[in-house]
Design a protein around this ligand. Structure first.
Ligand code: P6P
Length: 346
């Protein structure tokens, strides 16, 4: 799949029409006369899920659904009540869509097989992190939903074969950020579009088309508490950045940090650490969807020195990867310091 960003025509950027996410989806579908609408229905289910989850997030303390459920997910992470609620919402909305064959979630150890393949019926796999950064909930910090859509291989392909596809095979990706407003960011491979929920009418309104990441922003986003265990090349980069007027910004939720980079530029890093030598972030439903968004907006995403995240051939649904993502100019500066590790791949 050619993932070269296709910035929208100037007219798209000066578009003054009132467009909701739903009308945007139908407008995109109209460009594919042979489309059956299956894919559009899946995006519609994600939009409905986002509205329901947004309502639950904003009312969490009032309805006493903050805090943990006292269990751990497959990742060994304490599950927040809203993690489970958000996961349930997504499973139940996507479950009602004919086009969804398989669902894989951070919160479920095994994929959920919703439908067997039917000859000639296009079907898709939807992977998601239902509530990324949920530890921020209790302190009213940014949290989000991240999703990735792959074509179901069909022709008798196994569940694993259909799910374990490299990131460049994604047909769509995006996230919802439940922040000071609720934003929905989507790419279907023709640039990145931004929608904001208008609670008064219950619709996501299109506010930006063909977003491109600004260059020149001297900001890095990393958990500096891990600095001493980063590979040397990352420590050298941080020394250089702090000697060259950089600022640090870190939300502790990938969706919030990526959204800032999408709009303002800069670079986000989650390097390998002793506790997470393969990195902490999940490839299939965190790194890959965010990589598609970032690259469609003119940025770059690497797993370390020289390896593009979306080129990684997955071997497990919940596998992890280091991540360097952001504006092309800022990512290049990080890689330049990693390459000084005598050619070692960081
Ligand atoms: P740390 C949230 O738990 C998450 O998966 C990402 O959203 C976020 O970028 C990262 O982990 C934060 O991890 O180790 O800095 O708390």
């Amino acid at each position: 799949m050619d993932t070269t960003p296709k910035a929208g025509p100037k007219a798209a950027r000066d578009d003054v029409r009132i467009m909701t996410l739903q009308s945007h989806i139908l407008e995109q579908q109209a460009h594919h006369p042979q489309a059956s609408g299956t894919f559009s229905w899946i995006l519609s289910a994600l939009s409905i899920s986002a509205k329901i989850i947004a309502d639950k997030v904003r009312r969490a303390r009032l309805e006493n659904v903050l805090g943990s459920v006292g269990t751990e997910n497959i990742q060994g992470e304490v599950q927040q009540k809203l993690d489970v609620l958000a996961n349930d919402v997504l499973l139940r909305t996507l479950g009602g869509r004919e086009g969804v064959a398989i669902v894989a979630s951070e919160e479920n150890e095994e994929p959920v097989i919703l439908r067997e393949e039917v000859e000639g019926v296009p079907r898709y796999c939807v992977l998601f992190d239902p509530l990324d950064g949920s530890s921020n909930l209790d302190i009213c910090g940014g949290v989000g939903t991240i999703f990735s859509i792959l074509e179901h291989k069909g022709n008798g392909a196994s569940v694993q074969d259909s799910l374990l596809q490299p990131g460049y095979k994604q047909v769509a990706a995006g996230y919802v950020l439940y922040g000071s407003s609720t934003v929905f960011v989507l790419t279907i491979g023709q640039g990145v579009d931004l929608f904001v929920l208008d609670p008064s009418i219950g619709a996501f309104m299109r506010v930006e088309r063909s977003l491109m990441i600004p260059s020149g922003n001297k900001t890095y986003s990393v958990n500096e508490g891990n600095r001493k265990v980063f590979p040397e090349g990352y420590q050298r980069y941080l020394d250089w950045a702090q000697s060259n007027g950089y600022s640090g910004r870190y939300a502790g939720a990938m969706v919030a940090d990526v959204h800032r980079i999408l709009l303002k530029g800069g670079v986000f890093l989650y390097p390998p650490t002793k506790k997470a030598p393969e990195g902490k972030l999940r490839l299939m439903y965190e790194a890959n969807p965010m990589a598609m968004i970032i690259e469609q907006a003119g940025g770059k995403t690497f797993a370390g020195c020289g390896q593009r995240v979306m080129d990684i051939q997955p071997t497990a649904i919940h596998q992890r990867t280091p991540v360097i993502l952001g504006a092309t100019d800022q990512v290049a500066l990080v890689l330049a310091h990693l390459e000084k590790d005598s050619g070692q791949h960081a």
